[in-house]
Write a protein that binds this ligand. Structure first.
Ligand SMILES: [Zn+2]
Length: 179
């Protein structure tokens, strides 16, 4: 099995920092966000506060919706992107080259969003971008990298969500027949 490409690792980690099924938030506050950004080679400035934590969550959920589209039978309606689009419209940044010759976003305001957008822009230009999906089980929506040959995986794990969904559909069919 091939590993998840490095260029997607941070975004996957971000989207899965909220475990919907367990209702577990790994980035509840400024300190947790700081630790996450540092662990992923990013930085936060001193002005990062509680409302910025909420913006990180909005960005994360917007990416989740984008990956839901990768796992849908058709395009999603435009309004599901309203929140991330509103967030993105407030991000402006210019580029700068640092001393190591690396291109970096140079921002004075909400630099953390510019860094997240940079991650997203970079990842979305990669050939396997559409392999990033969220589980079709609406109670789960765990983000995963579809490693199947024909990119046909719909659930984060066949043993957990896949079999559960199949059992549910089977029960529904049985019920419909009984009516
Ligand atoms: Zn799942």
């Amino acid at each position: 099995m091939t590993a998840v490409p490095d260029e997607f690792a941070s975004l996957l980690s971000l989207v899965n920092s909220f475990d919907i099924e367990a209702n577990k938030e790994e980035l509840p506050d400024v300190a947790a966000c700081l630790a996450w950004f540092e662990a992923h080679g990013l930085w936060l400035d001193d002005s990062f506060g509680e409302q910025d934590v909420a913006a990180v969550h909005r960005f994360r959920e917007g990416v989740r919706v984008m990956w839901r589209a990768h796992n849908a039978s058709g395009p999603l309606s435009a309004n599901v992107y309203a929140d991330i689009n509103a967030l993105l419209s407030g991000v402006s940044f210019h580029w700068s080259v640092d001393r190591a010759g690396v291109l970096i976003p140079a921002v004075s305001h909400r630099g953390y969003l510019a860094q997240l957008v940079t991650l997203l822009v970079s990842a979305s230009g990669k050939p396997n971008w559409h392999r990033l999906k969220v589980c079709q089980n609406q109670l789960c929506e765990w983000a995963f990298y579809d490693q199947s040959r024909n990119q046909s995986h719909r659930w984060c794990s066949m043993t957990a969500c896949g079999s559960r969904q199949k059992a549910r559909r089977y029960r529904e069919r049985q019920r419909q027949r009984g009516e």
